[in-house]
Ligand binder design. Structure first.
Ligand code: SF4
Length: 271
């Protein structure tokens, strides 16, 4: 049976009305994050592959997009790390050639950005949102349980290098877990890393649905607001998932989900 690779449109808390593309077999990832809302990683890998025929995904996209849906973004997300797919570059180029009216976003954990082929594959996208949680290798491993050999300092420098050569926008997702990466020391070193990366926006993300590990919680609203103010000192716009732009009192539409499927999209997609 042919797998369905397209989901939504969903009302993403961060990206508005988004059509999702999932290029991975469920749960194929270079991380096994404690906060993952898709559950535990069953295929932990950093080896890229064409997991499904590229033409199959393009054909499904053409079927949906030929109807001209109203979208804010077409988003690569789903049930694993999208840059593990060798199909992603060709599909992004197809989208930008055949449907230039749509913006393309990629949600990535950032762990493969040191690979020149990955950076080349993403080059035609409009927006890339990598994740950063900690500059400490110990905290990074506690949160992400990554493939052996992945180092947070390398991920940070790879995001920084990618930002220099990428023509689109980089927004940086900071996923916050109380007790792990919300201490003063963690926030100070994160702030320094953000200063070096210089993303266009910072997106603070927190747990919204049950996580892979049930002890993971979200910061309370006061703590979240304090962290938002702290990062705002960097003079980079800071968004809090679930609160639209800088007008939380007038724009609450982003908090609702639309057309949610039984299989939740990538946690960041809905964040
Ligand atoms: S949250 Fe994203 S990066 Fe982390 S395990 Fe889930 S799919 Fe992978």
């Amino acid at each position: 049976m042919t797998e369905n690779h397209i989901f939504g449109p969903v009302m993403s808390r961060r990206l508005g009305r988004s059509l999702g593309i999932d290029l991975l077999p469920f749960k194929t990832c270079s991380y096994d994050c404690v906060y993952c809302e898709c559950g535990a990683t069953t295929h932990l890998t950093k080896k890229r592959a064409e997991f499904f025929p590229t033409e199959e995904v393009i054909s499904q996209l053409d079927t949906v997009l030929s109807k001209g849906p109203t979208l804010d973004y077409i988003t690569f997300a789903g049930s694993g790390e999208p840059t593990l797919s060798l199909s992603i570059g060709r599909i992004i180029r197809h989208l930008k050639t055949a449907y230039p009216e749509y913006k393309v976003a990629v949600l990535t954990n950032g762990s493969l950005l040191g690979d020149k082929e990955v950076r080349n594959d993403l080059s035609a996208a409009d927006l890339v949102i990598p994740t950063l949680t900690s500059t400490s290798q110990e905290t990074f491993e506690q949160i992400h349980r990554p493939c052996p050999g992945l180092l947070t300092k390398t991920v940070i420098s790879d995001i920084r290098e990618f930002r220099k050569e990428f023509g689109g926008e980089i927004w940086l997702e900071i996923f916050l877990i109380p007790g792990l990466n919300t201490t003063d020391d963690e926030l100070a070193s994160l702030s320094e890393a953000i200063r070096m990366i210089r993303p266009k926006r910072i997106q603070l993300n927190t747990l919204d649905r049950p996580a892979a590990e049930d002890w993971v919680t979200a910061p309370d609203p006061d703590e979240l607001e304090n962290i938002r103010k702290y990062f705002a000192e960097l003079k980079i716009p800071v968004d809090v998932a679930g609160v639209c732009c800088e007008q939380p009192d007038v724009c609450r539409a982003g908090e609702s989900s639309m057309n949610r499927s039984k299989n939740p999209p990538h946690p960041a997609f809905d964040g």
